[in-house]
Design a protein around this ligand. Structure first.
Ligand code: FAD
Length: 459
């Protein structure tokens, strides 16, 4: 790790979660000279990437009393962006040819991502700061500081005071279930992708998969290997869409949205087609959910918009003591965690200043107004789409760290185009070797290949 610069302030900071965001944040806080405690309710690091065959008792995850399974990873999952773009900038996600248990592919499986995060935690000695099997149950502001109540399994709860809290608890655990008119009388099985692991339970069934983005595209093809028929309902498609997709078993169709469901097992699509289905799989995304936060109404969630977050990180009335890492949906998640957490660490150290509360609110309101002018509903607030690199570069400039590389931005753009045009093959057939070469040249120039100990790297 680089030597710590002289901080103006060293703060005592609680980080909630030891997934990718929590690990990266802990490292940046340390680099800036803060003391850090990471709370993690699981037994190990990795968050979402810890695959578990276990699922929740309620397949739609609607029961508030269900016991939570954190991960939404399914067995066949491979990354949806290439490893060069996915890794942290000074600790690239390189293939490990020296270890047979590792997956060296450009779009590796989920076990490889977990192994990378374990490597990261080891390299930067993050585990020493983590309290495993310790769930944060309540966080609230008290006299300018933050009270954090946590509970270790089997023990009574523990209250501590911190100068600041950084929330890195993830947002792919609380399912969003699309409403279908008539669904109450439809007798089939319903499951959210959060509880999908393997295709076996859908053998010989007729299955409707709702949603055709990353998870929907993957899961529909996974199930099509064993099911009789799979029908994708896609909100992004024109209302008359009805098309057979090229898969080995010739049993996958894409439709427009669902119109209604009926008690005779039929599902009627907006294109007029009727399918008698055994199961529905909802790949309809997730909701932001922070059950431990008690902010006296300063922070609310409305239609999946977290009301009033400056640059999706700081709530003006509670800044800089409370911050969030990883909320926007975008291609390069780990690099976003890195840049956002460098900013939080620098602001907490007093090295970088936030604008006044009024100015922050003004900025948030102008973002809301721009969404409104485009006719976009509130739930789009944290979806950055094409402006993701502009957003990250703004923060990078603010805290004096390098901007997002050209090759990384372009890999995301070209990868997304391939995902749309060749969803079956985009992970194994690509046309951006030029960008891959640019990435590895940069890793070599910055001596990151040998630094990370991947001495048998052959790329
Ligand atoms: P998580 O990994 O969810 O970690 C949050 C951690 O917080 C967990 O360990 C959890 O146990 C802990 N926690 C939560 N609440 C508490 C509490 N109260 N107390 C203590 N601990 C708590 N991104 C990519 O870059 N590439 C991909 O290919 C990719 N594929 C994806 C596929 C799927 C199916 C999904 C859902 C997401 C994918 N993502 C991908 C995005 C992914 O979310 C990020 O890559 C990243 O891993 C999220 O990290 P996180 O730390 O924000 O959250």
């Amino acid at each position: 790790m680089e030597p710590t610069s002289n901080p103006i302030y060293s703060q005592h900071v609680a980080v909630i979660g030891a997934g990718a965001a929590g690990l990266i944040t802990a490292r940046e806080l340390l680099r800036e000279g803060h003391t850090v405690v990471v709370f993690e309710r699981e037994k190990e690091v990795g968050g979402l990437w810890i695959y578990s065959p276990k699922t929740e008792s309620d397949p739609l995850s609607l029961d508030p009393n269900r016991s939570i399974v954190h991960s939404s990873v399914y067995d066949s999952l491979r990354t949806n962006i290439p490893r060069e773009s996915m890794g942290v900038r000074d600790f690239p996600f390189l293939p490990r040819f020296d270890d047979e248990s590792r997956d060296p592919r450009r779009y590796p499986n989920h076990r490889e991502v977990l192994a990378y995060l374990q490597d990261f935690a080891r390299e930067f000695k993050i585990e020493e700061m983590i309290r495993f099997e310790t769930e944060v149950v309540r966080v609230e502001p008290v006299d300018g500081k933050w009270s954090v109540q946590s509970k270790k399994s089997g023990d009574s709860s523990n209250d501590e005071i911190f100068d600041a809290v950084v929330v890195c608890s993830g947002h792919y655990t609380e399912p969003n279930v699309a409403h279908i008119p008539g669904i109450k009388s439809w007798p089939g099985k319903q499951i959210h992708s959060h509880n999908y692991r393997v295709p076996g339970p859908f053998e010989n069934e007729v299955v409707v998969v709702i949603g055709n983005f990353a998870s929907g595209a993957d899961i529909s093809r996974d199930i099509a290997q064993v099911a009789k028929e799979v029908h994708i309902a896609s909100r992004a498609s024109e209302s008359d869409t009805y098309k057979k997709l090229p898969v080995p078993h010739n049993n996958l169709w894409i439709h427009s949205e669902i119109d209604t469901a009926h008690e005779d097992w039929s599902i009627v699509f907006k294109n007029g087609k009727v399918v008698y289905a055994d199961s529905i799989v909802y790949c309809t995304g997730y909701k932001y959910h922070f059950p431990f936060l008690e902010t006296n109404g300063y922070l609310t969630i409305d239609e999946n918009r977290i009301e009033h977050l400056y640059k999706h990180v700081f709530p003006p009335a509670l800044a800089p003591g409370l911050s969030f890492i990883g909320l926007p949906a975008m291609g390069i998640q780990f690099v976003m965690f890195e840049i956002q957490s460098k900013w939080v660490a620098a602001v907490l150290a007093g090295r970088v200043k936030l604008p006044s509360q009024d100015k922050m609110i003004e900025d948030i309101n102008s973002w809301y107004a721009s969404l409104h002018a485009l006719g976009l509903p509130k739930r789009y607030t944290h979806k950055l789409g094409k402006i993701q690199s502009e957003y990250l570069n703004w923060i990078a400039e603010e805290c004096g760290c390098p901007l997002v590389e050209h090759w990384r931005n372009q890999q995301i753009v070209r990868g997304y185009e391939r995902l749309v045009s060749q969803p079956e093959t985009y992970r194994d057939e690509w046309d951006d070797n030029d960008l891959m070469e640019e990435a590895y040249e940069e890793f070599g120039r910055n001596k990151l290949i040998s630094k990370n100990g991947f001495s048998s790297f052959q790329g």
